[in-house]
Design a protein around this ligand. Structure first.
Ligand code: MEV
Length: 321
């Protein structure tokens, strides 16, 4: 049976979430242990396009899904771009190890995997730049005013220094990593849709623009310093920058008790710094630590109530310019 499968990794925001929506720089890296996978196979028995996503209990035909359903929207977008009037009967199966609404890019990873698999199944694989661009369109359905950093880091699966710029086009720089570093991700287990947190920050910014612009500036300056530290392999500088970024995010109102608790637990267990990662209000936090301390910190996070803890590494690399 004709069948094509494609995958995309999870992501973590290392510095600059929320402020990045307002044009400040941010840094993100892929989380390669997590992945969304989409397989498309010819469906000889049926005539329709069937969509299966067992993780979220979805088993439906394409035309039963709402226009704004992100999966339906992604499939229709592929058809529009490739000028396919009618899909051949097929089953689109989605599976993912990325927890939903947790700040680890589950929505964007599914979009990217689907935007790779379906065009390839139709015989017209899309270039990565197009996959990234279309995934951004789906991100808008997921959360209204995305910066574009999630679909970018997930498509290219490497650390990026990202600045949103709607007028002139986003600045996307592959980030050199002078020395590998270890991150422990702690999941509060609280689902927090990005759209909600981003919407709350927008309301608060509209109410008090001066205060929020200053917070965004401070997060942007932190991301800039972090970039230099990462490039130069000065990992010891990143811990205090993470702590400062968490402080700014708290002032933006996107922390919560559970995130603060995990951040404190990680620091007490020996992390060099820790912060929430992603949209906040639940979801995940990250802690920077020595590789040999990571297991102990993961254990401390679980004892402090984390639903799960994942150890990951941002690998040393020198991207070509
Ligand atoms: C979500 O991963 C990061 C946010 O900054 C939203 C975005 O950049 O689109 C909260």
């Amino acid at each position: 049976m004709h069948s094509i499968s494609a995958a995309a990794p999870g992501k973590m925001i290392l510095f600059g979430e929320h402020a990045v929506v307002y044009g400040r720089p941010a840094i993100a890296a892929p989380v390669l242990q997590l992945e969304a996978r989409v397989s498309v196979s010819a469906n000889h028995a049926g005539r329709a396009t069937r969509i299966l996503a067992p993780d979220i209990g979805l088993d439906a035909e394409l035309n039963e899904l709402d226009e704004q359903h992100p999966l339906a929207a992604a499939i229709r977008l592929v058809c529009a771009v490739l000028e396919v009037m009618r899909l051949p009967p097929c089953t689109v199966k989605i599976s993912s190890s990325i927890p939903v609404a947790s700040g680890l890019g589950s929505g964007a990873a599914v979009s990217v995997a689907l935007l790779r698999a379906l065009p390839a199944f139709l015989g017209h694989p899309l270039p990565e730049s197009e996959v990234c661009k279309l995934a951004y369109e789906i991100e808008k359905i997921h959360h209204g005013t995305p910066s574009g950093i999630d679909n970018t880091v997930i498509t290219y699966a490497r650390p990026v220094y990202f600045i949103k710029n709607e007028k002139r086009g986003n600045s996307i720089e592959p980030l050199a990593v002078g020395r590998s570093f270890t991150i422990v991700i702690g999941d509060t287990g609280i689902a927090s849709p990005t759209a909600l947190a981003v919407g709350e920050v927008r309301k608060a910014w509209q109410t008090d623009p001066t205060h929020f612009e200053a917070l965004f500036d401070s997060a942007g300056a932190i991301a800039q310093s972090a970039r230099h530290a990462i490039e130069n392999g000065a990992i010891e500088l990143l811990g205090p920058l993470m702590d400062a970024n968490h402080g700014a995010l708290r002032k933006m109102g996107v922390a919560c008790n559970e995130l603060d608790l995990l951040v404190s637990a990680a620091r007490r267990a020996g992390a060099w710094g820790a912060k929430l990662s992603g949209a906040g209000r639940g979801g995940n936090m990250i802690a920077l630590c020595a590789a040999e301390e990571a297991e102990g910190i993961a254990q401390a996070l679980r004892s402090a109530g984390a639903a799960r803890a994942i150890i990951t590494t941002v690998q040393e690399n020198r991207p070509e310019r």
